[in-house]
Design a protein around this ligand. Structure first.
Ligand SMILES: [Mn+2]
Length: 357
């Protein structure tokens, strides 16, 4: 594995590359062109510029999170062709710059969903949290307004105000899209992009839906082992792979996280490792990465990645807001740096105990 860190780019992220460079054992950056709307072509010069900026800081780009998928591709409307063509051309331009891991998701309308962005934990840190009750009581059109006040002035990934101004129309466009249709549209998209992925050896890594069930009646398919195996088989190419995100699959306590990882040997191209604390089945909050702070056995998760020979980028995921940091919720420097150090420690211990017998 290679330890990496998500960075939104100069002007969008409060964290600086020179700070990331000082996290021990961390060499890779996961980034994106944050201001380019889903569906638009990525300019080659912008790709080159961000690559040079990252390399000038003594790091390198290990992958993109994300190249977002236009709603027309997920809905399967006739205008999807132009957006798929753009996607293919963007992948080609990334491949030409030697960037060969691309994370994306296939969630309708909303990206990840949380009902609180700053729940206070007993130690005074604040975290993202989810309560089903709050979602059930909410009008989806108000979802954006309900969290907008908590973002520390930052635009949250997947929650761009321009797009969400049209939530009502979007819901209307998705009204005939059920799970089967969404699978079909995903298959169509993957089949169209596989040739360019093979040409440049680009590994596509689908991010799970978060939370891993339907919200607001919208279909959600990347939620469990059965569905993800169906997806791997329907386009059976090693370039069709996954981002294994423990915090997203783990929102459903029925998901056996280490077992899922083992079932995906050879198809895990990117790993997000984080912990959640369940207060009840319908209420969870994000925790420190350490096993004892949450509900997951982080050792077993990292061990499963080690055992399948995972050699892709791994990153700490959402961190708590600690030490008075002001940053995009989940994406401060301090707690994610602690997370990276902890995962590195687990990995070293697992590796040494395996090889020293
Ligand atoms: Mn994730």
């Amino acid at each position: 594995m290679e330890m990496t860190f998500r960075w939104y780019g100069t002007g969008f992220d409060t964290v600086k590359l020179k700070q990331i460079r000082q996290i021990p054992g961390l060499t890779g950056i996961i980034t994106t062109l944050y201001d380019i709307p889903a569906g638009e072509l990525w300019p080659s010069e912008r790709i080159r510029a961000i690559k040079e900026e990252v390399e000038a800081a003594g790091l390198h780009i290990s992958g993109i999170e994300s190249v977002n998928i236009h709603d027309s591709i997920k809905i399967g409307s006739p205008d999807r062709e132009q957006y798929i063509d753009n996607y293919i051309e963007t992948l080609k331009r990334l491949g030409e710059e030697g960037i060969t891991m691309v994370c994306y998701n296939f969630m309708p309308v909303f990206d990840w969903t949380r009902t609180e962005l700053a729940r206070v934990r007993p130690d005074g840190s604040t975290v993202l949290a989810y309560t089903q009750k709050a979602v059930d009581a909410l009008d989806p059109e108000k979802m954006f307004d309900s969290i907008a006040g908590d973002t520390n002035g930052m635009v949250m990934p997947g929650w761009e105000p321009e797009r969400l101004a049209h939530v009502k129309e979007l819901f209307e466009r998705y009204k005939d899209v059920d799970d089967e249709k969404l699978f079909e549209n995903l298959k169509y998209f993957l089949e169209r992009i596989m040739p360019v992925c093979n040409q440049y050896d680009i590994k596509m890594a689908i991010h799970p839906d978060d939370p891993a069930w339907s919200v607001f009646g919208l279909p959600r398919i990347i939620i469990n082992q059965e569905n993800i195996q169906r997806m791997m088989k329907m386009v059976d190419d090693p370039h069709n792979g996954v981002t294994f995100c423990s915090g997203s699959y783990g929102t459903n306590p029925d998901n056996d996280l280490p077992g899922m990882i083992r079932s995906l040997k050879g198809r895990v191209h990117f790993a997000h490792v984080r912990n959640l604390k369940f207060n009840s089945r319908d209420d969870f909050e994000e925790a420190a990465h350490l096993s004892s702070d949450g509900s997951f056995d982080m050792y077993e998760i990292v061990k499963a990645l080690y055992d399948i020979g995972f050699d892709g980028p791994i990153r700490p995921d959402h961190g708590r807001m600690i030490w008075d940091e002001v940053a995009m919720p989940g994406y401060g420097l301090y707690d994610r740096a602690l997370g990276a150090a902890y995962i590195n420690g687990l990995w070293e211990a697992i590796e040494k105990s395996s090889t020293r017998g």
